[in-house]
Design a protein around this ligand. Structure first.
Ligand code: BES
Ligand code: ZN
Ligand code: ZN
Length: 564
């Protein structure tokens, strides 16, 4: 098929006298004006053209640019959203930014779109090159229905999800063209647009010599700069969790994890970070945590973060607890080798809660938060736990370790006991705890086991906004009986009917170490990684549900009613 981009053209200028045509997308550009119009091209020639243009990119995702398309925006990409036609007449329904741009180019964008075939479906794109000198490449992307809002069946805000997806797809197209800066249409919700841009462009390529070009997203226009910045901060929080989860286990060891988080929090005067060593953990009589850690040559760390965001530093804090197994081999109950590498992300609970606190600090949320992360490896060795061993948790309860691969609950048992020292408003733990959670819900939602409907409502409402959903799971006595019926100790670390209701028996086990009346356990094993289910996240570790935790904390900071 003949493609317009393959035509010879001068390299020095992007304003060409005669318009080419594009058979690939059925555009006939005879009607095109002075500016060269190159729709639907992803060729090397277009990339070179984009590269050769002048650069004026500040490399900051923060500041909005000025309206008016001045020369100092030259060389940027532009992503514009378009709604699906309401009348069914196929006419493009632009966002206000799209309308303004179309007016600026004398209606050429609308004309070109109408030549490109049927209306753009949700998340599908057309690219136009040379429409305006300040934006050599413009990606138009389908947003779906204009009036999309909360979808009661899906338990999320579909309009926001559509924006995140569309913007992520558009920004990646600009990245493929190797254009270092992209302005993004806020699409009526600048926070969602920023999240789509920053999440959609993120990739872990720290250890590769050949990296994808860095693209800096900026808000197109200046009307919603606060919401845009909020979205950038939320998404950067999730990207921090993705980074920590994706990194190899020989890079992110317990101490390196703690140092990374400490470094992120260094600039905040209202945050104190304690990196507790093994001797401290021993003093605390955290026998369950230590029994897992002793199988590895890497020393355990108990990371403790205090964020004092409330006007009163004595206000009861929200306490976050995260499972921090930096590598889970299974221990003596060794896991199969295929896919074991994914267990470098078994610190996803610690990564998401710590990243949520970093984000809360960046947003200056007015509440106190304490973060607790027991960090260690689960390895087989001569010192490792053996099936049938009995260990003693901080609250004195004895635990029979019937399966050394059910190690997360051992760390959490001690960390949850410790969490009760702080007169918490609520204790929320996150853990990649069970394969059974993945079997139950897959990657659709985090499973929430909670003894508090007040807590559940806040988590649920937060997740509708973020699109990183939660689903309530049972904490029945039925499951408790299956872990407390134990031959040698007070409680067994696996249910007596082995695999049945595995996520629920794990939650019932944790409940044995909780006396607080507002506690939630989030099993995030199913949402740990992304293949292609969440379109605005690339394949890899997902960092979910960091944004939901942040939104939840933000809501809690506004909830002045007592939680009864
Ligand atoms: N870290 C795993 C759970 C997991 C599996 C997380 C897959 C993410 C993806 C956990 O430590 C584990 O191995 N759990 C066991 C428990 C079982 C032995 C009762 C499991 O789920 O198989
Ligand atoms: Zn395990
Ligand atoms: Zn694990």
């Amino acid at each position: 098929m003949r493609r317009c981009a393959r035509r010879a053209r001068p390299r020095s200028s992007f304003l060409l006298p005669s318009p080419p045509c594009c058979l690939a997308c059925r555009c006939v550009l005879g009607a095109a004006p002075a500016a060269m119009l190159l729709p639907c091209v992803r060729s090397g020639a277009a990339r070179r053209l984009a590269r050769d243009l002048p650069r004026a990119c500040s490399r900051s995702a923060q500041g909005p640019s000025l309206r008016g398309y001045s020369r100092d925006t030259a060389g940027k990409g532009l992503v514009l959203g378009v709604y699906s036609s309401e009348k069914g007449d196929g006419a493009a329904q632009f966002t206000s930014a799209g309308d303004a741009f179309d007016r600026l180019v004398s209606g050429k964008l609308r004309a070109l779109l109408s030549l490109c075939g049927p209306p753009l479906k949700k998340g599908k794109t057309h690219i136009f090159h040379g429409l305006h000198q300040d934006f050599p490449s413009v990606v138009v992307v389908g947003l779906g229905k204009k009036n999309a809002g909360i979808n009661e069946q899906e338990n999320w805000n579909e309009g926001k999800e559509n924006i995140r997806t569309a913007v992520a797809v558009g920004c990646r197209q600009i990245q493929d063209l190797e254009i270092p800066c992209v302005e993004v249409d806020p699409c009526g919700d600048a926070q969602a647009a920023a999240e789509g841009a920053v999440l959609g462009l993120h990739e872990y390529n720290e250890l590769k010599q050949k990296k994808k070009p860095v693209v800096t997203p900026q808000l197109h226009g200046s009307a919603e700069s606060q919401a845009w910045q909020k979205g950038v901060t939320y998404a950067e929080g999730q990207n921090l969790a993705r980074y920590l989860m994706e990194a190899p286990a020989n890079y992110i060891t317990p101490i390196r994890f703690a140092e990374h988080i400490e470094q992120k929090l260094r600039t905040f005067s209202n945050v104190k970070v304690h990196i507790r060593p093994e001797s401290w953990i021993t003093t605390q009589e955290m026998g369950a945590f230590l029994s897992v850690a002793k199988g590895s040559a890497e020393l355990p760390i108990f990371l403790e973060i205090h964020y004092l965001g409330s006007a009163n530093k004595d206000d009861s804090p929200l306490v976050f607890v995260g499972k921090g197994v930096t590598f889970d081999s299974g221990g003596i109950s060794l896991k199969p080798s295929s896919g074991m590498d994914a267990m470098r992300a078994d610190m996803g609970g610690a990564a998401t809660v710590c990243s949520a606190i970093v984000t809360a600090a960046a947003l200056n949320l007015p509440l106190n938060i304490i973060g607790l992360a027991p960090l260690c490896e689960n390895m087989p060795s001569g010192k490792a736990n053996k099936p049938g061993d009995v260990v003693r948790a901080k609250n004195g309860k004895t635990i029979q370790v019937d399966n050394t691969d059910a190690e997360g609950r051992l760390l959490l048992a001690d960390a949850l006991c410790y969490a009760h020292n702080f007169n918490a408003r609520a204790i929320v733990n996150a853990a990649t705890l069970t394969g059974a959670m993945d079997v139950a819900l897959g990657s659709a939602a985090t499973g929430v086991f909670t003894n508090s409907s007040w807590l559940w409502t806040h988590l649920y409402e937060a997740s509708i906004l973020t699109g990183d959903r939660v689903w309530r799971m049972p904490l029945f006595e039925h499951y408790t009986k299956q872990v407390t019926d134990c031959p040698l100790a007070d409680v067994s670390n696996i249910g007596k009917y082995s695999r049945a209701g595995g996520a629920c028996t794990a939650a019932a086990f944790l409940k044995e170490f909780v006396t607080a009346s507002h506690w939630a356990h989030l099993d995030i094993a199913g949402v740990m990684s992304n293949k292609d289910e969440v379109p605005y996240l690339r394949k890899g570790m997902a960092g979910r549900p960091t944004r939901t935790l942040v939104e939840f904390a933000a809501r809690l900071s506004q909830d002045t009613h007592s939680a009864k």
